[in-house]
Write a new protein. Structure first.
Lengths: 337, 176
């Protein structure tokens, strides 16, 4: 494949579009979260800035940008400045491997609707999700504050509790699709989404990604009731904003991944593929917000218990059963290419 | 099985939050929407007049004594006919906690609470209300009560001529 100017232009357009959509969506997800939480609590939510409060994210952005960029005097400056980026960038990077629409043909070229069709896309996601926690750990360490440090340590401990079950819950997906490429995984779900075959893996993955994006009931690293704000206690202004926006980008990305792995990605009747993908992803985002309005925070040891003693054995058993089933069916899976 | 009841409990929680999501919010958008307070709502304090138009306040200091935050102060004075009044009367609304104890303590029903709760000022000194700010022309809540008609002292009428009052008894003629 020769990289002509048109190819590069198409690629740049795709990148720009994704950046714009993801960042806008993340900002409006904050707004949506505040609205939905308000409705759950019989309130109205933000409704002052612009019609129906729709300009609230803009006002928030201006507020964050004009706030003082504070750095504690005893903080490790470089790490302190680096950590927010390390939290936000992996979240955006993960989106590179998610196919968000059917391939289209523009100017005689077949343009896949994803940035990079890596043949190890799933591993790429797992690797980046592990890197994302460095932002939490480094931010917590560099702040030189007890709350931040506790938050950072909790972030790491949380990672080792859910990461294993998250990875294991994806193994059956790979076994069914016979590929690590997310485009292939979506293609394998053209007729039946994997959630039908793998409801248990879906449930485990759902619980694990809730822990991955540090949302209630697994917001243990933040735990505003106990640790002020956990790992980002000392952050202000746009650096806090990066952590914050990173969390919401994470929600979108993980929702997109759950859609890709289990709900058939962009496949769906009647509507355009991009719309199907957005609908499914936003449904996950809504579910996360709904869950935040419903469940209390788990205790530290309860998360450990859930991750190590419940989810991981279940995921392992699920792999065994799936393997046994596949072996019984021989190589007759209709999903293999 | 405990896990089944746990799942049931979690799903029940989701159901309740969903139901609340669809419910009407209870928020009142304050500056645009205002709720009507009840008539006995305790807000701005006024000094009322009796039905005959005279000041009810007799400057007895009971309100300022009852006030837990000491925000009421006054100076008593006496008219030529012996009727008492407050030479000046001051309520510091920046200290007032609107507990209503002054209104309860008042024997003449002069000091009363009103439902006017919108007392905001740019300058804190504007919250110190003097007598001319406090005194209103009406009777407030009890529009038929005139302390001096019931008091049994010879200020506005001779002794024994007040409402529900019997003339003084001559002790010498009061024989069994």
């Amino acid at each position: 494949m020769t990289a002509s100017t048109v190819d590069i232009a198409l690629f740049a357009a795709k990148l720009g579009m994704i950046f714009f959509v993801i960042l806008t969506l993340a900002a409006y997800l904050v707004f949506a979260e505040r609205k939905v939480l308000a409705w759950i609590q019989d309130r109205k939510g933000p409704n002052r800035v612009g019609p129906l409060g729709l300009l609230q994210p803009l006002a928030d952005l201006i507020k964050l940008l004009t706030k003082e960029d504070f750095c504690p005097i005893a903080a490790d400056k470089w790490l302190f400045y680096l950590a927010p980026a390390m939290a936000a960038i992996p979240a955006i990077l993960t989106f590179a491997v998610i196919p968000f629409g059917a391939p289209v043909t523009i100017a005689g070229r077949r343009v896949p609707m994803l940035v990079a069709d890596l043949n190890v896309g799933l591993l790429f996601f797992l690797a980046l999700s592990s890197i994302a926690v460095y932002g939490v750990a480094i931010g917590g360490w560099a702040s030189n504050s007890k709350y931040s440090l506790l938050g950072g340590i909790r972030g790491l401990a949380q990672l080792i509790s859910y990461e294993l079950s998250m990875g294991l819950s994806l193994v059956p997906v790979v076994m069914l699709a016979r590929s690590f490429s997310l485009a292939d995984i979506v293609a394998a779900q053209a007729t039946i989404p994997f959630v039908v075959y793998q409801p248990l893996a879906f449930l485990i993955f759902l619980i694990s990604i809730t822990a991955e994006c540090k949302r209630i009931p697994f917001d243990i690293p933040e735990a505003e009731g106990e640790l002020v704000a956990g790992f980002h206690t000392e952050y202000s202004g746009m650096r806090f904003g990066l952590f914050f926006v990173g969390e919401y980008i994470n929600i979108i990305v993980l929702g997109g991944l759950a859609t890709t792995f289990f709900l058939g990605g962009w496949h769906g009747p009647f509507l355009a593929p991009v719309i199907w993908f957005s609908l499914k992803t936003l449904a996950f985002a809504f579910f996360f917000i709904w869950m935040r309005g419903t469940l209390p925070r788990l205790r530290y040891d309860q998360l450990m218990h859930l991750g190590w003693k419940v989810l991981t054995p279940l995921a392992l058993a699920n792999i065994l059963v799936t393997g046994w089933w596949l072996a019984l069916r021989g190589d007759m899976m209709p999903l293999s290419r | 099985m405990p896990i089944l009841s746990d799942i049931k409990a979690i799903l029940g929680g989701f159901r309740i939050t969903l139901a609340h999501m669809l419910r009407r919010p209870v928020t009142i958008q304050y500056p645009e929407e205002k709720r009507t307070p009840y008539p006995r709502y305790r807000a701005r304090i006024v000094l009322t007049r009796d039905p005959d138009g005279g000041e009810r306040c007799v400057a007895c200091y009971l309100c300022s004594a009852a006030c837990p935050v000491d925000c009421i102060s006054m100076q008593a004075a006496e008219r030529k006919d012996g009727r008492r009044y407050a030479a000046w009367f001051r309520i510091n609304f920046s200290r007032c906690i609107f507990c209503g104890l002054c209104a309860e303590a008042c024997p003449t029903l002069a000091i009363q609470m009103t439902p006017d709760y919108e007392i905001c000022k740019r300058d804190i000194m504007d919250l110190v209300y003097e007598k001319e700010d406090l005194l209103i022309d009406g009777c407030g809540k009890d529009d038929s009560y005139n302390f001096y008609r019931h008091a049994g002292i010879a200020v506005t009428q001779p002794r024994g001529e007040g409402v529900e009052e019997k003339p003084p008894v001559d002790a010498r003629s009061l024989m069994p």
